[in-house]
Write a protein that binds this ligand. Sequence first.
Ligand SMILES: Nc1ncnc2c1ncn2[C@@H]1O[C@H](COP(=O)(O)OP(=O)(O)OP(=O)(O)O)[C@@H](O)[C@H]1O
Ligand SMILES: [Mg+2]
Length: 365
Amino acid sequence: MSDKREGKGFAAGPPQGEIRTLGGQRSTRSDKRGGDIILEVRDLHVEFPTAAGPARAVDGVSFTLDKGMRLGLVGESGSGKSTTVLALMQLIKAPGRISAGTARLAGDDLLAMTAQQIRKARFSRIALVPQGAMNSLNPVLTVRAQIDDLLDAHQQKPDPKERASHVASLLQRVGLAATVANQYPHQLSGGMKQRVCIAIAIALSPQLIIADEPTSALDVIVQKQVMQTLIHAQKEIGAAIILVGHDMGLMAQFAHVVGVMYAGRLVEIAPVKEIFANPRHPYTRMLISSLPSFATRKVFRGIPGVAPSIVNPPSGCAFHPRCPRAEERCAREVPIDDVISAGHHVRCHFARELAPAADTGAALA
Ligand SMILES: Nc1ncnc2c1ncn2[C@@H]1O[C@H](COP(=O)(O)OP(=O)(O)OP(=O)(O)O)[C@@H](O)[C@H]1O
Ligand SMILES: [Mg+2]
């Protein structure tokens, strides 16, 4: 209880990692080259202008990610997950804009890079498997031509023999036959197309892979295979991953650290075991309690209410109109970053009052 600190951000470190708060406080570990941190996002804000005023799609998001770790970002539709990861690659389309923040990848601020620098960094240092990735493949080019385009753009593997063997090895690493290189996207199944997108993402061995809902259009069996492929590829090149999704169950299996977004803010982040055993934000608890379980039979309930407007979000804690624990204070004050334990950060005024519960569904009833 003595570790309540004020700060703007959250730290996504390994389960046994030390506490690192952001937003005005320096981490004790090095965040420049040589430390364990590969990505440090601080106070990121992204806005889209609308007739009614700016829509704050990302509203002060901060976190760190250690080398080789997998961060799962969850939250309901419109909570700002894709906007957060697109901002890291400077892919927010005008008139949308990154209005504040830094995102240091191995010390270099991705958001301060020039157009030429970020173009060079994309795929070679930070790669994206975009939302709906399988539809992002060019239908009139073979898989080989699409990988060639990327290698040409980065002037990699100019020797044709070396190039061909690199393409074959990339496909093999994602569980595809080398002959897939000669096929067109329409000749491939959804799972195969998703594997091709992963092959493209790892082609230049980036330090960070962002996968935005990489399996949402696939059935559960293929979903698991594709996730395993992604993780296998990630381990081979030693990259860190940000995995975006809605599915807390999938995160439980594949993420080391889980971050929960609500209305453009990161409201809770913790090592995966900790967040499932000891969720502290009422929204996280409701997300977890909506998971089906073999152990308990229960009536499934959605989270009452609707996602808030990001143009005129509720005052104070944006979740308060839907929150079963809300009091008058919640409408007045934005909760600070409360550090519950190593790597476990929550933005809720009552984060310390909610007793750890084995059955979060019962706790919220
Ligand atoms: N180009 C845009 N113009 C205006 N508003 C936008 C634009 N892109 C995103 N937004 C808004 O920003 C908010 C966050 O969107 P975002 O796509 O990041 O959500 P998400 O959490 O990824 O949702 P989903 O789970 O549906 O993919 C939403 O309210 C969305 O309407
Ligand atoms: Mg999205």
